[in-house]
Design a protein around this ligand. Structure first.
Ligand SMILES: *[C@@H]1O[C@H](CO)[C@@H](O)[C@H](O)[C@H]1NC(C)=O
Ligand SMILES: *[C@@H]1O[C@H](CO)[C@@H](O)[C@H](O)[C@H]1NC(C)=O
Ligand SMILES: *[C@@H]1O[C@H](CO)[C@@H](O)[C@H](O)[C@H]1NC(C)=O
Ligand SMILES: *[C@@H]1O[C@H](CO)[C@@H](O)[C@H](O)[C@H]1NC(C)=O
Ligand SMILES: *[C@@H]1O[C@H](CO)[C@@H](O)[C@H](O)[C@H]1NC(C)=O
Length: 367
């Protein structure tokens, strides 16, 4: 009894000490050109900031806290147009009626099961994809491509990605013959993230990018305009935002102990989800998982009757599935560890450590 009381007090003491451990974004209050800023971030952190979605953007704004007018982020113009999916998955499958040409038709529609280039400001119906219901939602209102994208991102997940012939046929069947052309999530632009990620999230201010004088190749977030993006000359000097820790989902099926070893050898460690913020970052990489659950750096320490993180911290933030028996009597059977569900509400569950699952490592600038 005394021992249990002692541990409870210890847990309370440790929890109140630990606060927001891994922050993704770092605001650097030094004026530098874009290239100098990139070098600085790569030396001290991981890279100049990448923004994957509106949650990231809000976090970035919080980090900068409105201090300057402009801050550099990691987006830069290249000299080639590249087709991308709005959802950010790599473009592997293509189904053009005719090879795209170098005109200004930078968005794509599906018509009779084939893809065609179209001016992004034309007004057409569109198809959203909803990841929580795994469904396609067709909308027949006449809408520009970016309005369609905003609508899909607000009420569903995003405009649809067509990943293979089966997908294409399915979507063709949904469209049926009712509509001549509908927007799909494919568009092209020439922006590239400093860390080479495929993020197709764009947060342009109105009439941006405008490439004034033909030399505005780098991007700032304008803090006086809700952090909206402007293109600007790379040789100007501004303060900037770096990002640091990232999570990487490893598509290998390993036991928990093997997963710990893999992360420590190749990256840093299995991920410790010690805040809501990290749980959200975990959720973002889970869509790449092949297994229904994914290992976390969470294990049951039988002697002390405690769940702890691999780094030795006690579990303060929790996201267990309500039905999971997380306490006691795990000592009798096989040793257990914690995993997160790759679908549904992404709750944590307890599994025997020998189960073979995908897993998430933390990585930092040394990798
Ligand atoms: C969309 O525009 C087309 C052609 O301009 C028109 O025929 C159609 O009725 C419009 N659809 C809706 C739902 O307003
Ligand atoms: C279809 O999209 C438009 C935006 O273009 C939106 O206003 C409308 O509510 C959507 N309709 C449905 C049924 O979701
Ligand atoms: C789409 O997903 C959202 C959550 O992102 C959910 O609230 C909504 O009910 C879903 N809509 C449909 C039509 O499945
Ligand atoms: C096509 O892609 C979808 C995901 O969009 C996947 O579920 C399906 O298994 C793939 N089909 C084939 C034949 O590759
Ligand atoms: C990992 O396991 C999943 C689910 O059991 C399976 O679909 C997948 O093919 C496996 N991957 C590898 C690389 O063995």
């Amino acid at each position: 009894m005394a021992q249990i009381l002692y541990f409870s007090l210890l847990v309370i003491a440790l929890c109140s000490l630990s606060e927001g451990i891994q922050r993704r974004y770092h605001y650097i209050n030094i004026n530098k050109t874009w290239t100098e800023a990139q070098r600085y971030c790569r030396e001290k952190y991981t890279d100049l900031a990448t923004v994957n979605n509106i949650n990231d953007m809000n976090e970035l704004k919080k980090t900068v806290n409105n201090k300057p007018m402009y801050v550099w982020i990691g987006l830069k113009r290249t000299d080639v147009y590249k087709w991308r999916w709005s959802l950010g998955d790599p473009v592997k499958y293509l189904n053009w009626e005719t090879e795209p040409s170098n005109d200004t038709n930078n968005c794509a529609v599906m018509r009779n099961g084939k893809w065609h280039q179209q001016k992004c400001n034309d007004k057409l119906g569109f198809i959203c994809y909803n990841d929580s219901s795994k469904s396609y939602i067709i909308n027949t209102s006449n809408t520009t491509w970016s309005e369609a994208q905003s609508f899909c991102r607000q009420y569903h997940t995003d405009l649809i990605s067509v990943r293979n012939q089966t997908d294409n046929q399915l979507i063709h069947n949904i469209i049926n013959d009712h509509y001549t052309s509908v927007w799909i999530g494919l568009f092209r632009d020439w922006w590239e993230w400093s860390d080479n990620t495929d993020s197709a999230f764009r947060y342009w201010d109105s009439v941006q990018p405008d490439n004034q004088g033909g030399s505005e190749d780098c991007i700032v977030a304008k803090m006086t305009h809700e952090g909206k993006w402007h293109d600007i000359s790379c040789s100007d000097s501004y303060t900037f935002v770096c990002h640091e820790v990232e999570l990487i989902l490893i598509q290998k099926n390993l036991s928990w102990t093997e997963a710990v070893r893999y992360c420590r050898e190749n990256h840093v460690d299995l991920v410790s989800v010690d805040s809501q913020e990290i749980q959200l970052m975990v959720t973002e990489v889970l869509h790449q998982a092949w297994t229904a659950e994914v290992w976390l750096g969470l294990h049951y320490y039988c002697l002390m009757n405690l769940w702890i993180w691999v780094r030795g911290e006690v579990v303060c933030y929790q996201n267990w599935a309500p039905w999971v028996q997380i306490q006691l009597n795990h000592c009798s059977g096989e040793h257990r560890a914690g995993a997160v569900q790759s679908g549904g509400d992404h709750k944590w569950i307890s599994l025997p450590r020998s189960q073979e699952l995908n897993f998430i490592c933390t990585r930092n600038k040394e990798n």
